[in-house]
Design a protein around this ligand. Structure first.
Ligand code: CAA
Length: 258
């Protein structure tokens, strides 16, 4: 039974809610262990199409738990960084699309968790940042690497060297967040996007994620070959036949994840 993360599913959409509101959903070992086992459960659930990840209260997550890290020695910090980064990589590689629904502070490990999701939707009050240098550390859950991939090397350096917090609008301008919505419409808009994705052929969506993730790590010729592999695999699915037949018959496709 999870203590720090709430989880529910509706119509193929799973929602994880970080739930340590008294400490702004600060990420400690127990929360990460819960996330790890929930991700295993989600990866094995064939009925799921999309995962939403959000926070309770006024934060998405205000970072890794500073009280827990304050007493770590270098070896413990190395283990902690590997543990968190490993779980965020598992989140990134989840077979279904993932959407960070950033309802407030997404700082340090919170920003790193959001960046491990495919998409980032922000409420108007959301604040992003990697403030770790002000605590005497670097980002430790892959933030140096994912931020540079989202906003470019020099912007990542500026944000990490200064530790400056940015608002949702600036996050959009930099390409860190994908959409901003009024705070009271954020969850509804996120669900609407999740449902839109869930209405498309499940394998095609999953294969597109694989093609983009794999291709993002390699040169253009290898990347095009990767796309070709996933494109061809779609044609082994019943949903490809159904999607195209439905178009030709001018009706709505009914996908069965086969
Ligand atoms: N770890 C532990 N506790 C935290 C926390 C964190 N990351 N962030 C907030 N809290 C706690 C506060 O200590 C406070 O607890 P008490 O009520 O017991 O004092 C409670 O949450 C509420 O926080 P504030 O009173 O500070 O709330 P605020 O509205 O005045 O400020 C804030 C909000 C600007 C987000 C501020 O809380 C803050 O700066 N938090 C820390 C942000 C940060 O530095 N994050 C990086 C952490 S290191 C990291 O993430 C490393 C890594 O990459 C692995």
């Amino acid at each position: 039974m999870a203590e720090y993360i709430l989880y529910h599913t509706t119509d193929g959409v799973g929602t994880l809610t970080l739930n340590r509101p008294k400490v702004l959903n600060a990420i400690n070992y127990d929360l990460l262990r819960e996330l790890d086992s929930l991700l295993d459960e989600i990866a094995a659930d064939d009925s799921l199409r999309v995962l939403l990840l959000t926070g309770s209260g006024k934060a998405f997550a205000a970072g890794a738990d500073i009280a827990q890290q304050a007493v770590m020695d270098p070896a413990e910090a190395e283990d902690w960084g590997k543990f968190g980064s490993g779980i965020f990589r598992k989140l990134e590689l989840l077979p279904i699309p993932t959407i960070a629904v950033v309802n407030g502070y997404a700082l340090g490990g919170g920003c790193e968790m959001a960046m491990a999701c495919d998409l980032i939707l922000a409420g108007e009050k959301a604040k992003f940042g990697q403030p770790e240098t002000g605590l005497g550390i670097t980002p430790g859950f892959s933030g140096t690497q994912r931020l540079l991939r989202r906003v470019g090397v020099s912007k990542a350096k500026e944000l990490i060297y200064t530790g400056r917090m940015i608002d949702a609008q600036e996050a959009i301008q930099l390409g860190l967040a994908d959409h901003v919505y009024p705070d009271d419409q954020l969850q509804e808009e996120a669900l609407a996007m999740a449902k839109k994705i869930a209405g498309n052929a499940p394998a095609a969506v999953r294969y597109a994620k694989c093609a983009i993730n794999e291709g993002a790590q390699t040169d253009i010729d290898a990347a095009i070959a990767i796309e070709n592999k996933w494109f061809a695999k779609c044609f082994a699915t019943e949903d490809q036949k159904e999607g195209m037949q439905a178009f030709l018959e001018k009706r709505k496709a009914e996908f069965h994840n086969r």
